[in-house]
Design a protein around this ligand. Sequence first.
Ligand SMILES: *Cc1c(COP(=O)(O)O)cnc(C)c1O
Length: 388
Amino acid sequence: MKNKHFETQAIRAQMERSENNEHSTPLYLTSSFIFDTAEDMRAAFNDESDAYIYSRYVNPNTSEFINKVCLLEGAEAGFATATGMAAIFTTFMSILKSGDHVISCSSVFGATHAVFTKYFPKWNISYSYFNTNNVIEIEKLIKPETKFIYLETPTNPAIELIDLEVVGALAKKHNLLLIVDNCFATPYLQQPIKYGADLVIHSATKYMDGQGRVLGGVVVGKKELINDVYLFGRLTGPSLSPFNAWVLSKSLETLALRMDRHCENALHVAKALEGNSKLENVSYPFLPSHPNYNIAKKQMKAGGGIITITVKGGYEAAKLFLDKLQMIKISPNLGDARSIVTHPASSTHCKLSEAERLTVGITPGLIRVSIGLENKEDILNDLLQALK
Ligand SMILES: *Cc1c(COP(=O)(O)O)cnc(C)c1O
C-alpha cells in the first residue's frame, strides 16, 4: 500500500480477511482473545508473537484504524485512544517526567491548555508558550530540560498558521521532539512528519469520523516513541473501543472526498462573506487577505473546513447572530457533515481569562464556523440572513 495514492490507501488499507472472505471489514466485539496452547500465550505476553491478547492493548479493528492513519500520515507506528484528549494526555505522560519543560504554541485546544496550566504544575512539569505569530521566539524559551515543542496548525479557534518547516528545523537544531496536533488539517491537507514532526496527534472525533458520531483519538510517529506511548496506554487504559475504530476506519474511506468538499464550501463562504458590512473580519487560510496566506499555501493542500468571522458589536451581537441561524446549529463540535457554529469566548474557551483569550485572538465577537457538506449556497444564505 505504501506506493499507492492517498485515496487508495484510505480505502484499501484493510485488515486481512477472515475465513469468511468478507469484503467489508467485520467488527470484532471481543474483549479478549484465546490461545491454542499455554506456550502461545506465553510467547504473546513476552512480545515474541504479535497475536492479539486483550482489547485494551490492541484489537483487529483498532489496529486496522492505526495502520490506515500511519499510512496516511507517513508514520511508522501508532496507538489509538478513546478521544483526542486521551491521545494528547497519553502522549504527554509517556514522554515526560518530573522536572521536564515543554514549549507550546499559545493557542492550543482549550482542554490541552488546561492540562498545561492545571495539571503540569502538580507533577513539576513546566511549560512556556510561544506566540503563534512569532516562532523565532521558541529559541529564547529553550532550557536544558526542554523535552518537546508542541503545536497546532491551523490553530483553534483563531485559524492562525505556524510554519512547520521553520519549527521542524528549530526542533532538529536543538535536538527537541516536535509534536503536532494535526486535527484541523487532517493528513489529506498536511503531513507534519514531512517537516520533521516526531509524533502527530489527532482527535478522530472531528474530520476523521466526519459525521459527528463517535469519539476517538490517535497518535502516530516514530516507532521508538510509540513503543512508550503504547506501553503507557496498554497499562493505563485510554484505549479506543473496537466499535469506534470500525466506524473510523470506514469514515477514512471518504476522508479525501469530504475534505475536498469542506474546503471548496469554506473557501466559497469565506470569499462571499469577506467585506460584509456586519463583519469586522473573516479569516480563512486560503484567503489572500489572511496574514499567514503564504504559509498556508506552502504546507496545506487546501484551506480546510473552518472559517472564523468576527461580528461587529461584540458578545451581544454574536449571541444575536447565533440565535438567528435557522439551519446551522450551535454546538461545540467541528468537522461534521453538518455546518456548526461555536462562540469560543463563552464556551470552549470560557475557562481562560479575558486577557488570556485576547492574547490567542479570541475576541467577544469571534465565531467559529465549521463548514459542512451541505450545498454551499444554503450554508452561505443561512449565515447571510442571520447577519441581516
Ligand atoms: C477536539 C479537539 C481535541 C480533543 O479531541 P476530543 O476527541 O474531543 O477529545 C484536540 N485538539 C483539537 C485541535 C481539537 O479540535
